[in-house]
Design a protein around this ligand. Sequence first.
Ligand code: F6R
Length: 235
Amino acid sequence: TRVIVCATDEIGEVAAGIVASVAPAGVLGVATGSSPLALYASLIRRRAEGLRTEGLRLFALDEYVGLAASDPCSYAAYVRSVIAGPLGIPADNVRVPSGSTAADGAAYERAIADAGGVDVQIVGIGRNGHIGFNEPGSDAETRTRVVELDESTRRANAEHFGGDLAQVPTHAMTQGVATILSARRIVLVAAGSAKAAALRAALTGPVTADIPASFLQRHPDVTVVADPDALREDR
Ligand code: F6R
């Protein structure tokens, strides 16, 4: 695992420098949430300067069960409005997990395989050590499936649902740990002291389902781009 420490406001630029290598026609795995926003903003700036992004294919990590793609709180809406739209990527090139059955999960796995696999996967990390929505307890063999969200995860995301925990879905469809690890290259972005304990456990702790991000230690090409607060030893 390579770790790049940089100022908070440089994370997006540095990570985008790695991600841009998939252009003009690669397969990009995309995380939602706050951590990669600056990365996407940087890709959009690079497109304005001539980077060809229209031919990228996108696969999202996860989606809430029960939210339609038209729901503004859905990750499908995030991927459309924050990533695909501004990068000029047609809807046909964008996949987000959907549905709630084992067959839906298997279909998503097949779609990734049919695309030739993910070239670069962007991930964030949860305060509880999750990647995607693989909550603690998710083992290395997990594939795309429905999971129950930890209450801590639902609380962390309640701000996107008007601060009302009751509005946050209880389940999600997520790529599994094995799905994420099958990407050829992984870029993890993290900022702020709230991520420090999880990030330290993921990078230097035992490889364990208690911290699903620790399975990244088994991948040959992971780059962590994080600020000093996220990498502090004493948090
Ligand atoms: C999002 C995802 C999650 C987030 C994580 C961190 O698609 O899969 O694992 O990356 O919860 O979220 P933020 O970046 O909002 O702190």
